[in-house]
Ligand binder design. Structure first.
Ligand code: SER
Length: 869
């Protein structure tokens, strides 16, 4: 039975059981960001299982294209692993359940495919006694051939899942590993899983919680290639008519015979598997790139190229496999063959690109492998793997696989580090590229014919350049500049930033960051190739990021209204001195010689908003320079316009010469809000403002600020002002109280010290330590003591922070007796590791060793004694 017959038989069988037969869904999941690629028959039906959407029928059957790369290393080494395969499935959405699923699977296998009953084994989830009973009692399988297995639970990312029951066929001793414990679930090729019946009864969320579904479902999956291998009596899936034609073709190209060497057989099988994957993936719209699905595709193509090399194929060969693949699927998917030429182009690009670097890369890698062998090393430096990736295009997984063939490992962390550094460099380069573009010699180019036309949606690439050099083609991740024969993009000018968007060519895509103008006015686009390849001459569709543009136009028209309003409120001396219109905000610099008052700003804002709400049409007309002047249009100082100029007029309110992008009528601006006003130079002021969603965001953020403040003050926003008044008043009161308290404390200290007054040579002396917050406090305590003493000398210390401060004061009469405050303080400070000095009547000092404060006070006393001596 051919693969095609088997597929048809399966679908016909389930059609006879009242299933709606649908054709395979594309490999790229629709509306399911949790999946990179469709990897199971049930994947496109997730919303039907969870009940989020109503299915077209409660029973559906498909043969679904699937790609899985988790087992890619096993491909070609076992009889059954693939990256691409077809999964036959029957699904019940809240309709039939275990009994029918099991009965029909058995009926199809044993009656319609005539598989020998005694060779079939089944597995069930350990707790699933219901399934056990059906298998044993209704189907009649002997108990010893029903195996309970812990991992019989099926799920694919978040979504519907449940316990499952699998059907295996025993292919006989000769296919086994011979080990004693070989049995169902063994990794060898003897017991082949041919069908998985999933009893979908849970919904798993992102956090791993399982919620029972309202209705029970059935999801089954049977590998088409595996069943074909059984029916066609082949040793592996690769020898069935679904893959073997590719092996035969490739063996011929390589000049070898299949089945003669285990090593070349693996390569032939890898190429057969990967050949189908790449063709189907590209057919479903995936292009090679360094990210996501594109990276999966790239890895598969490059892996296949390497296996071609391993068999000695030096030329490009994958391209020719495409016809064989489309031939295999001609019956299943009639329109696949039509995409053949396109698929070939994509593969040729990628294959040629990798072939030029594969040999050099292998040389480099082999050198390192030899060196490791000599030194007994086990791990390849991640930087080398990165060089292989970056310079020679080796997916890191490929390097890892080649290393594994030599029992070596890869320092993946170092690779990741190098990769992150490169991403950072690329990001910086892109930014630099945008800021300072190196323009190549374009003197040979007749740029006059290149035009701007906003209605354009398709254009031809006239010129590409990269790193300041003209190139014929660019590839994914390249930072490029592009000139088109016609472009709808607005190029940065008149303060308005350039448009962003996307160019899609036949074999690649470029994300456009911005558009700029060459000195002669020719527009060029700066971007990054996100997938595939683009060439000079390619026709591309040109898609502007209209959302960004709509923000820009709102801000641009608002800038005109702002200028007119400023003139009305501040006077005709207001002239534009600069402007910047981005999607986020507008910035307008103007001449004016005094600060703009709050009232004036409010009036300007009100005038602009009045125009916005009047919803006046924004007229754009082309006219001659002189006519425009006659009309009284505002023009920038020093700006040059051609003979024909464009006037943008908004009712009687504003008239400006301007080539920029504007809304159709002012109502689109929504709302205009000034966010700041400031002087930026003599006679020049700057206003920043926001419109539309930007204004909404601004107002919302202000409101959040208010709410947060109200929360902090434990009140409602309406009550903030009286509340704040109250808070400020009580702060004032507290400060007053605090001051009184401080004075009281200080007086207490003063009294304490006065109690300890000593008399030396008839002079009253007060020495002591006080607790104060700062040097001022220290001084005022000393002042008070001096006053109370009337005649005498006072020397104090205080530890403030991590320092110690000293102050000494003396009355006039004791100075006459020889007392010198400056010298006393000096002695004290130097005892505590500091220095200082001052006048005879008053001196202060600080020192760094507060622990020496006591010693310092003794020093004070000693020197006072000396001075009086
Ligand atoms: N979803 C299950 C599987 O892929 C049955 O279709 O094995």
């Amino acid at each position: 039975m051919s693969g095609n017959e088997l597929r048809k038989k399966f679908l016909d069988f389930f059609a006879s059981k009242n299933h709606l037969v649908l054709s395979s869904f594309p490999l790229v999941p629709e509306n399911d960001p949790s999946l990179l690629l469709i990897g199971a028959g049930m994947a496109p039906f997730k919303p039907f299982f969870t009940g989020k959407m109503k299915p077209p029928h409660v029973r559906i059957s498909t043969s679904q294209k699937c790609v899985r790369t988790g087992d890619i290393e096993n491909v070609g080494r076992t009889a059954r692993h693939h990256t691409f395969f077809e999964m036959l499935g029957n699904f019940s959405f809240g309709d039939y359940f275990k009994k029918e699923a099991i009965t029909w699977a058995w009926e199809f296998l044993t009656e319609h495919l005539q598989m020998p009953e005694d060779k079939l084994w089944v597995t069930i989830h350990p707790k699933d006694n219901e399934a056990f009973a059906i298998w044993r009692n209704d189907i009649g399988i002997p108990e010893e051939r029903i195996i309970r297995m812990e991992d019989n639970f099926w799920e694919i990312g978040p979504g519907p899942c449940g316990p499952c029951s699998e059907i295996y066929i025993d292919l006989g001793d000769e296919r086994g590993c011979g080990k004693d414990n070989c049995g169902v679930g063994c990794n060898c090729d003897r017991f082949l899983e041919i069908w998985n019946l999933v009893f979908t009864q849970y919904d798993r969320d992102e956090d791993g919680n399982y919620t029972p579904l309202a209705k029970k479902n059935i999801d089954t999956g049977a590998g088409l290639e595996r069943i074909a291998s059984v029916l066609q009596n082949k040793n592996s899936n690769f020898e069935t008519d679904l893959l073997f034609p590719i092996i035969e073709h490739t063996a011929k190209v390589a000049g070898i015979v299949y089945g003669q060497s285990a090593k070349t057989d693996v390569s032939l099988k890898v190429i057969a598997d990967h050949g189908r994957s790449m063709a189907v993936m590209i057919g479903d719209g995936i292009l090679p790139s360094n990210e996501g699905r594109g990276y999966v595709l790239r890895r598969i193509i490059r892996r296949a190229v390497r296996h071609g090399r391993l068999m000695g194929i030096e030329k490009t060969f994958l391209v020719d496999i495409v016809d064989v693949v489309t031939g295999i699927f001609a019956q299943a998917w009639p329109d696949f063959a039509e995409k053949g030429e396109y698929i070939k182009k994509v593969i040729r690009q990628e294959e040629e690109r990798f072939q030029t670097t594969l040999a050099q890369g292998m040389e480099l890698l082999n050198g390192h492998i030899e060196r490791l062998a000599q030194t007994g090393g086990k791990v390849l430096d991640g930087a080398v793997a990165f060089q292989l990736y970056d310079t020679f295009g080796f997916p890191w997984e490929l390097t890892l696989e080649i290393l594994a063939e030599h029992n070596l490992e890869l320092d993946k962390q170092a690779f990741d580090r190098a990769m992150n550094e490169q991403r950072e460099r690329a990001r910086a380069a892109r930014q630099a590229n945008e800021e300072r573009v190196i323009i190549p010699d374009l003197s040979g180019l007749n740029t006059e014919q290149f035009i701007r036309d906003e209605s354009t949606t398709q254009a031809n690439i006239v010129l590409l350049w990269k790193d300041g050099k003209v190139v014929e083609e660019v590839h994914d991740d390249d930072n490029v500049a592009i000139i088109l024969d016609v472009t709808p993009f607005y190029a940065e000018s008149g303060g308005q930033v350039g448009d962003s968007g996307l160019f899609t060519g036949p074999l690649g895509k470029v994300e456009i960051m911005t558009a700029k103008k060459l000195p002669d006015g020719t527009i060029y686009h700066l971007g990054r190739v996100s997938e595939g390849t683009l060439k000079t001459g390619d026709t591309v569709s040109t898609e502007i990021d209209w959302k960004k543009r709509s923000h820009i136009t709102r801000n641009h028209t608002a800038t005109h209204l702002l200028q007119a309003a400023l003139r009305k409120v501040l006077g005709d001396h207001v002239n534009q001195a600069g402007s910047m219109v981005t999607p986020e905000r507008l910035r307008f610099d103007f001449t004016h010689f005094a600060p703009v008052t709050q009232e004036q700003l409010a009036e300007v804002e009100m005038l602009v908003n009045r125009e916005v709400l009047a919803n006046n049409q924004v007229e754009k007309m082309e006219t001659t320079q002189d006519k425009a002047k006659e009309m009284g249009a505002t023009a920038l100082f020093g700006e040059k316009y051609g003979d024909i100029v464009r006037v943008v007029r908004i009712a009687d309110f504003s008239k400006e010469l301007c080539g920029g992008s504007h809304v159709a009528s002012t109502g689109e601006i929504g709302i205009f809000k000034i966010s700041s006003e400031a002087g930026i130079g003599s006679g020049v002021r700057r206003i920043e403002a926001v419109t539309g969603f930007g204004a909404l965001e601004y107002i919302n953020s202000r409101e959040t600020l208010l709410l947060t403040a109200a929360n902090l003050l434990k009140t409602r926003p309406e009550e903030i002002l009286p509340r704040l008044d109250g808070v400020l008043n009580s702060v004032k009161e507290l400060e007053h109280e605090l001051a009184l308290l401080k004075t009281k404390l200080a007086k207490g200290e003063v009294q304490n010290l006065l109690d300890k007054v000593q008399t030396i040579q008839n002079v009253r002396v007060v020495i002591g330590a006080v607790a104060v917050n700062d040097a001022d406090g220290l001084r005022s305590v000393a002042d008070m003591i001096r006053e109370q003493l009337g005649s005498g000398v006072v020397g104090l210390s205080a530890v403030i922070g991590d320092k110690v401060n000293f102050v000494v004061m003396a009355t006039k009469d004791v100075i006459a007796r020889g007392i010198h405050a400056g010298n006393i303080v000096k002695a004290a400070a130097s005892a505590a590791g500091g220095g200082g000095g001052g006048r005879p009547d008053m001196a202060q000092a600080g020192a760094k060793q507060p622990e020496k404060a006591g010693v310092a006070l003794e020093a004070m006393l000693n020197i006072i004694k000396q001075q009086l001596g």
